[in-house]
Ligand binder design. Structure first.
Ligand SMILES: [Zn+2]
Length: 164
């Protein structure tokens, strides 16, 4: 049965029991992320599966789903970016422990037994946040003339227009 995620992760304890957690947060629950995004009430869905690999290596397999409202660096309007960070982490006491692990694991050395869930999730989300957020499709308009000047139209786009 799934239960809410405690504020502190107790690595060996949770891994030993094979606990599965899921919880819905808001962007505002992650201060370092809500600094970057304007949708502080956006939903953040998290699922964490704890387990022991090779009977002794604690592992966390996790999935996060969220939308962040960022600023498009081309048109400077808001852009909604959907992120689905997932991870499969193995926490090692020494590098030798990792030798028999399969490639799907990302290894972390010398983790504490107990750490903050919010800080841990924040780090996993930040890895996925684009450095330069952009609209996937053509931006609504080049309202800002400065931006328009800096971005001359692609010559191939002009060719395309002529063909039409
Ligand atoms: Zn844009």
């Amino acid at each position: 049965m799934k239960q809410g995620i405690p504020a502190q992760i107790q690595l060996f304890k949770f891994a030993n029991k094979g606990l599965v957690f899921s919880q819905k947060y808001q962007v505002s629950d992650f201060p370092r992320i809500s600094d970057l995004a304007s949708n502080s009430n956006g939903l953040v869905e998290v699922e964490l599966n704890f387990g022991l690999e090779n009977k002794k290596i604690p592992c966390i397999k996790g999935q996060i789903k969220l939308d962040l409202s960022l600023i498009c660096q081309r048109c400077l309007d808001g852009v909604m970016v959907h992120l689905e960070p997932d991870f499969n982490l193995a926490f090692l006491q020494n590098e030798q422990q990792g030798e028999n692990l399969d490639d799907s694991f990302e290894t972390i050395l010398n983790a504490d037994e107990e750490f903050s869930t919010i800080e841990f999730l924040t780090d996993e989300i930040l890895i996925c946040v684009p450095m330069i957020p952009l609209h996937q499709h053509k931006c609504g308009s080049y309202k800002n003339p400065k931006v328009a000047l800096e971005k001359p139209e692609n010559p191939f786009a002009i060719l395309k227009k002529l063909k039409n």
